[in-house]
Design a protein around this ligand. Structure first.
Ligand code: C2E
Ligand code: MG
Ligand code: MG
Ligand code: MG
Length: 297
């Protein structure tokens, strides 16, 4: 009977969809045990001041050491969100990140950014969850920044969106800050800036990677980057330019007045041990800042 049903399905649906479906169930099954089997590893990537090169904070980025090999977030976060597994996984990341950042915060004032899904922010006890993670690591709220994407929030219906906003507002009363991630890629970025309780804007790599792009396309991206940086400045929101890979890009963003940056140029996501070592040698980070008037003025 199962065979017959399978045959029908193959006739009705594209077989490649079936393969994708099987792969998702396999992923979901593995993810179910990933936390307890200690397969989830948190890496950290520095966020630096473009002026001084100093590390301001680190972003926690999750990796899954599955039995089939290392899986990057884009390969399992969507499945974790669909299955609801993102809730326990997200709490695990939050607790790990708070524990790891504690010595860095004490010694260097370095904060930690943690990515959270809209699904997590709708949990009725998310505020208590976050405050508990901070308390157990003996960290003040200002050591933590929650990163949320505009696209994740757009998906929420009105009552749910209000719930998310009220949770974020309560956390902000405890000093936790909110960063809007991948800014500029959503459907209504500007509406979010108006509506959401936001403290930091992370400008998507699509706008910051203009130095590498020659000609008209590069000029358009640069104009957009410039407008976003100006917008953030006039709203008093610190901006972080994402995915900076070259000295040219860093110089150009510095010339636009973007205060902070993140990207392979300053450091790739790395295990906790590597970040600890990097923080002890801040002088080796990135390039030496060039004056704003140099070549881009
Ligand atoms: P994101 O939050 O926008 O994180 C930045 C992504 O850009 C990371 O990819 C990082 O490795 C990558 N990146 C950093 N610098 C550069 C660069 O110079 N060039 C390029 N090409 N890429 C760069 P990653 O680690 O694969 O994470 C992808 C996304 O997965 C994240 O995007 C975030 O949305 C999500 N994610 C990661 N960890 C978590 C988590 O713990 N919870 C949730 N809910 N989502 C997570
Ligand atoms: Mg992020
Ligand atoms: Mg981002
Ligand atoms: Mg992203």
């Amino acid at each position: 009977a199962a065979k017959a049903a399978g045959k029908n399905q193959v006739r009705l649906f594209d077989p490649s969809l079936r393969v994708a479906q099987d792969r998702r169930s396999h992923l979901a099954e593995g993810l179910r045990h990933a936390v307890e089997r200690d397969q989830l590893v948190v890496h950290y990537q520095p966020v630096v001041s473009l002026g001084t090169g100093q590390v301001q904070s680190v972003e926690a980025l999750l990796r899954w050491q599955s039995p089939d090999g290392l899986v990057m977030p884009d390969g399992f976060i969507p499945v974790a969100e669909d299955t609801g597994l993102i809730v326990p996984i997200g709490e695990h990341v939050l607790r790990r990140a708070c524990a790891d950042v504690r010595p860095w915060f004490e010694r260097h004032g370095v904060r930690v950014h943690v990515n959270v899904s809209a699904r997590q922010l709708r949990e009725p006890d998310v505020v208590e969850q976050v405050l508990r993670a901070l308390r157990d690591a003996s960290l003040p709220g200002r050591a933590l920044v929650l990163e949320i994407t505009e696209t994740a929030l757009l998906a929420a219906e009105e009552p749910e969106a209000t719930l998310v906003e009220s949770h974020l507002s309560r956390l902000r009363e405890h000093g936790v800050r909110v960063a809007i991630d991948d800014f500029g890629t959503g459907y209504s970025s500007l509406a979010y800036l108006q509506r959401l309780p936001v403290d930091i804007v992370k400008i998507d790599g699509a706008f910051t990677r203009f130095a590498a792009e020659p000609g008209e396309e590069g000029r358009r991206r640069r104009a957009l980057a410039s407008a976003i940086v100006d917008l953030c400045r006039s709203l008093d929101l610190p901006a972080v330019a994402e995915q900076i890979e070259t000295d040219d890009e860093a110089d150009a963003l510095r010339a636009l007045g973007c205060p902070e940056g993140q990207g392979y140029l300053f450091g790739r996501p790395a295990p906790r041990e590597a970040i600890g070592a990097l923080l002890e040698r801040p002088a080796r980070l990135g390039s030496v800042p060039t004056p704003r008037t140099a070549q881009d003025a």
